[in-house]
Design a protein around this ligand. Structure first.
Ligand code: SF4
Length: 344
């Protein structure tokens, strides 16, 4: 089991549930816009949020942002260790240092000294794009070795509040790096594929990389990186954790892709049910573990619908609702959404 650290009030590692992180895409100096985005992320299910600290003004903005948000705030630091010092002084709940661009021992020690005093953790966050390549070995080793050396510097300061990430932009190198590291160390791991691309490819890469590691019991917190709305990152992260049955964020919809046999607007029905479930999540807390099957015809429809808690197998302009495996009633197409939600 990994060591446990705490970011604000959120536990990472040591058997705690795998948490969801994201990062704001606003200019951190714009406090209003950053606070607005953090609130959107929190509403979507984000549990820890990171902000980019590009300069001293951004480091100072942490204080004002913290007053207005509930989520623990991580300061993302590159190039200038003094930004980390300023971010800690202003109340950051965790610091991310990049070993590829902050590597002087005296600088690392100064940051660790202040982090220790304020009792906040440091993420040693290696990215394949910024790590100093130490040899001609494979990418995974090239990332793991400098991170282990970095950790030794922190440990010499009696600093153990450490979390590690080893992100490459391809899933396979990322998996290899995390696996290699987890054999050598029990510090908790922040998983992610860096620069994974837009949602269409990024979600697939992240699901493969993060999913493969979590299936092997590796990983304590995750961030899906997408070129796009960060809320999408949180939704994708929730879906990865739910698919692996590590966390549960609400009822699961099972629906068929439709084909030429389908004689109702199944896509419309599924979208409406999905939207209502998301909006009514709190009201549906009791049904968090439910499965809802929405199937387009009688081929797979009755089977899937019967296995779900509530299901519908559609026919021509109507559908048969099943509840806990038993036929309940036949309803008209226009009433399907209403009746399904009623039964749920
Ligand atoms: S359940 Fe029916 S409509 Fe849906 S994909 Fe299968 S055959 Fe097509």
């Amino acid at each position: 089991m990994t060591r446990q650290i705490k970011v604000g009030g959120v536990k990472i590692g040591g058997g705690a549930p795998v948490t969801i992180q994201s990062m704001t895409k606003t200019d951190t100096r714009d406090v209003l816009a950053t606070v607005r985005q953090i609130k959107e992320l929190e509403k979507a299910g984000c549990e820890i949020v990171r902000v980019a600290i590009k300069d001293f003004e951004a480091a100072a903005a942490i204080k004002a942002i913290k007053r207005k948000v509930n989520l623990p705030l991580v300061a993302d630091i590159h190039f200038d260790y003094r930004l980390a010092l300023r971010a800690i002084e202003n109340g950051a709940d965790k610091i991310r240092l990049n070993p590829g661009n902050i590597y002087k021992e005296n600088e690392i020690k100064e940051v660790a000294g202040l982090a220790k005093k304020k009792k906040i953790p440091i993420r040693v966050g290696a990215n394949s794009g910024s790590i100093r390549l130490t040899s001609v070995r494979g990418k995974a080793q090239d990332m793991v070795k400098p991170v282990l050396d970095y950790i030794k510097i922190l440990e010499r300061m009696d600093f153990y509040d450490i979390i590690v990430s080893l992100k490459a932009s391809d899933a396979l190198s990322t998996i290899e790096a995390y696996k290699l590291f987890s054999k050598k160390s029990n510090y908790p791991l922040h998983l992610g594929i860096t620069a994974a691309g837009p949602a269409s490819t990024g979600i697939v890469k992240s699901a493969i990389g993060i999913g493969a590691l979590l299936l092997d019991g590796i990983g304590d917190t995750i961030r899906v990186s997408l070129t796009g709305d960060p809320v999408e990152e949180v939704i994708a992260a929730k879906n990865i954790l739910q698919a692996l049955k590590l966390r549960n964020f609400g009822p699961e919809i099972i629906s068929c892709p439709t084909c030429g046999r389908c004689q109702v607007d199944l896509q419309g029905i599924v979208n409406k049910v999905a939207l209502r479930i998301t909006n009514d999540e709190r009201r549906m807390t009791k049904n968090y573990h439910s499965k809802i099957a929405i199937m387009g015809c009688e081929v797979n429809g009755p089977g899937e619908a019967k296995e779900a808690d509530i299901g519908i197998a559609c026919g021509k302009g109507s559908g048969v609702i099943f509840k806990k495996g038993k036929i309940l009633k036949r309803v008209k197409e226009k009433d399907i959404v209403k009746e399904l939600l009623k039964e749920l």
